[in-house]
Design a protein around this ligand. Structure first.
Ligand code: DGY
Length: 321
């Protein structure tokens, strides 16, 4: 019998990450990359010291209460932790960690892609090429909204929001933001702070969502708040679907209140509200904000650094609970 700690890895991870796991731990891998049911998760955790889940595993209070006593740590392969009930973990003395910082650049890249894709009607253009329905060039054909020089509202100016602001400055955008705490002047770098979400919205030609999903931000972007955006605004979401009320966003996209939306995250992934797919003014991606080779390796190594610290009896860098 090996004296290595047993780690249950719920999804297939990048090759370099699995190689390090196999070297240092008695690792239980998921070769088929199946999304386990809660019952399977609980069964497969039997006898393990730690779990490395992704955001696809919903570690609710009920699931955490039923985990075997052997589990000491949950080291998530994600920065978001809305899929883990931290209070339930704390109550059982299970340490929880995430992977901040390492995916901020990649996610901001996808936010910029969503912003540009929505503004310049990338989906419609792609569709015309692929379906061979592109008739000809015309001076009035497929006119989008120019990004350069417009106002960008950042909702949640954490790591990703700050990098998004930096990238947007490359397009001469004027940055507005709302954050629970105002940033220091050097980090703000001229961005205009608003004291509430409601105060921010009227200044957003573009709104980019970067706040975490919490009970407080659930459906934050609803019909009342969308009404506060300027007519023809564009909404970008690379944070979590739960921050947006789908019915309200879809209605605003249908009515023309909003020009377009660029979305990488959704409620109920991957079974998203089908109405998004019927709208021509949406640019949709399948939750790939952090999906670069470099970033996924870095996320795995960060999760393993946390795990190594816990197994060695030390304090992990990214402790949440
Ligand atoms: C994260 O890390 O939270 C990303 O959304 C992928 O799970």
């Amino acid at each position: 019998m090996s004296d290595k700690a047993v780690v249950f890895v719920t999804r297939k991870l990048p090759q370099a990450v699995e190689a390090r796991l196999a070297r240092d731990y008695d690792a239980r891998f998921n070769k088929e990359d199946k999304v386990y049911t809660n019952e399977e998760l609980i069964d497969l955790a039997a006898g393990a010291d730690a779990i490395i889940p992704c955001h696809t595993e919903k570690l609710t209070a009920e699931v955490i209460q039923r985990l075997p006593d052997s589990i000491r740590a949950i080291c998530s392969f994600s920065v978001g932790y809305d899929h883990i009930d931290l209070d339930a973990a704390k109550a059982r003395g299970i340490i929880v960690t995430n992977t901040p910082e390492v995916l901020s650049d990649a996610t901001a890249e996808i936010a910029m892609l969503c912003l540009l894709g929505a503004a310049r009607r990338a989906y419609e253009g792609e569709r015309e090429i692929r379906t061979e329905t592109w008739a000809d060039w015309s001076a009035t054909y497929q006119l989008g909204i120019q990004v350069t020089g417009k106002r960008l509202g950042i909702l949640g100016a954490g790591r990703v929001g700050q990098i998004m602001a930096k990238r947007a400055r490359g397009f001469d955008m004027e940055i507005h933001y709302y954050n629970r705490n105002r940033l220091s002047a050097d980090v703000e770098a001229g961005a205009i702070y608003h004291e509430s979400v409601e105060a921010l919205l009227p200044h957003c030609d573009f709104l980019s969502i970067h706040c975490p999903a919490t009970p407080e931000t659930h459906h934050l972007i609803n019909a009342e708040r969308i009404a506060l955006l300027p007519d023809g605004a564009i909404v970008v979401n690379t944070a979590r679907g739960a921050v947006v009320d789908d019915a309200a966003l879809i209605e605003a996209l249908r009515s023309g209140k909003l020009f377009a939306a660029g979305l990488d995250v959704f409620n109920n992934e991957p079974n998203i509200d089908p109405r998004y797919k019927e709208l021509p003014n949406t640019f949709l991606l399948p939750h790939i904000g952090s999906a670069t080779r470099e970033t996924r390796d870095a996320m795995g190594f960060r999760a393993l650094d946390n795990l190594d610290a816990i197994i060695a009896g030390g304090e992990p860098r990214d402790r949440l609970a």
